[in-house]
Design a protein around this ligand. Structure first.
Ligand code: NAD
Length: 415
């Protein structure tokens, strides 16, 4: 994750390659090579550390399929190139899942761990004051991402509602249940990923109970995924977070590990496990590898050493374009981010519908709808692209999404 790779350039290279493979005209993909709208803000906040000028971004990449949708990230490495890449992937992801949304993403360049809760509330409310004209339930709907929480979404929704002088729960998803959040949203990314993995294991005739899995990143996506795997009696042998990782080839006790992480703030020093670095974790002798942290985890530098048979991308952009090709040559099946982690935005979509209708759906209903959408998206790519055109899942997902967005752009008269 240290290698400096521009994720947006990487994404556009992939776009061009897929278009060429599927004979999509250069003039048709031109519209997808540019974000439609970018808002950059720099705003002062008086924090407990003194006056800080916070810089933030919101990029609405493409809105041909509907209002744009995508998360907000709080991380010291957030920059415009990263946000452009993430917003482009959101446009593709929403198309892959047949959601009535375009793609967006945003973020602010801070390390939230350095600020108090009061500071984060001030920063989050001020960020909404800066971008409120740019977002809205029928315009652009943010959600959580790395280091942003349901509490932050609640402050943001509250601030937006105060500005508008009315309740507008549908402006942001991933909220706590008390203010219009949805059941399942807290573990939806992980659950969607699990559905995709289950389908892939069945297609490739791998017995889930005979697999070993390593998970990089132990936050919303990674930790919930580990808990779901445990519920299915599947073995997780290694996990990591930003401070380091732990490994036990007999399988980790996930319940105890979750408690350890909650008590100490990290998975490091978990008893009855060996220490591994984040890089070592990726190269362990496992069947399933789940990057669930940040971009560029698997690059040309380590792709040759990956031993897993299946990579489930819960993170966005964890495998670079060049690494992808190396993995394909090694017959490693990569279940790409724009399919594998789409459970989050799918349940965000369910939350948005519930907000617009003032409705409440049960956990059972939501899980059923989520499962059926994830399975449908997987089957579509597998049946119509992977086995028809002999391409990897990422190429399949890009091809389906690009065609769908271009069709909408044409019908709108934009191309
Ligand atoms: P989170 O903030 O809940 O957790 C992030 C985790 O990654 C933490 O455990 C952190 O310690 C770890 N981490 C950070 N830097 C790391 C590093 N250099 N090496 C190893 N671990 C590191 O974030 P999240 O919501 O779980 O997001 C993780 C990934 O999943 C991101 O790529 C995000 O875009 C993607 N994603 C999240 C959602 C969602 O609904 N939360 C949906 C789709 C995709």
């Amino acid at each position: 994750m240290t290698e400096k790779i521009n994720p947006y350039e990487d994404a556009l290279n992939r776009l061009s390659e897929v278009a060429e493979k599927f004979n999509i005209a250069e003039k048709d993909i031109e519209i997808l090579k540019h974000p439609k709208k970018i808002l950059m803000v720099n705003f002062p906040v008086h924090t407990s550390k003194g006056l800080k000028i916070i810089n933030g971004y919101r990029v609405q990449y493409n809105d041909a399929l509907g209002p744009t949708k995508g998360g907000l990230r709080y991380h010291p490495h957030v920059d415009i190139e990263e946000v452009k890449a993430l917003s482009f992937w959101m446009a593709l992801k929403n198309a892959v899942l047949d959601l009535p949304y375009g793609g967006a993403k945003g973020g602010i360049t801070i390390d939230p761990r350095e600020y108090t809760k009061e500071d984060l509330e001030k920063i989050s409310r001020e960020f909404i004051r800066q971008i409120h004209l740019f977002i809205g339930p029928q315009i652009d709907i943010p959600a959580p991402d790395v280091y942003t929480t349901p509490q932050i979404m609640a402050w943001m929704m509250d601030e937006y509602s105060k500005i508008k002088g009315k309740h507008v729960p549908g402006v942001i998803t991933g909220k706590p249940l008390s203010v219009g959040g949805s059941l399942v949203r807290s573990y939806s990314t992980a659950m969607g990923g699990f559905c995709v993995l289950r389908e892939a294991l069945a297609k490739y005739k791998i017995n889930p109970l005979e697999t070993k899995t390593a998970v990089q990143g132990f936050g919303n996506a990674g930790m919930n995924f580990a808990e779901i795997m445990k519920g299915q009696n599947m073995k997780i042998v290694a996990v990591s977070d930003s401070k380091g990782g732990v490994y036990n080839e007999e399988g980790l006790n996930i319940e105890a590990l979750v408690k350890h992480k909650k008590d100490t703030g990290t998975v490091v020093d978990f008893p009855s496990a060996k220490a591994v670095t984040n890089n070592e974790l990726l190269e362990l002798n496992v069947d399933i590898l789940v990057p669930a942290a940040l971009e560029n985890a698997i690059t040309e530098a380590n792709a040759g050493n990956i031993k897993a048979k299946i990579i489930l991308e819960l993170a966005n952009g964890p495998v670079t374009h060049k690494a992808d090709k190396m993995l394909y040559e090694k017959n490693i099946v990569v279940l790409p981010d724009i399919l594998a982690n789409a459970g989050g935005v799918t349940v965000s979509y369910f939350e948005w519908i519930q907000n617009l209708y003032g409705d409440r759906w049960t956990e059972e209903e939501i899980l059923k709808k989520l499962d059926s959408r994830m399975k449908k998206a997987f089957d579509n790519l597998y049946d119509n692209y992977v086995t028809q055109s002999y391409v990897d899942f990422r190429t399949a997902a890009y091809a389906y999404a690009i065609k769908k967005i271009i069709e909408a752009e044409k019908d709108r008269g934009h191309i």
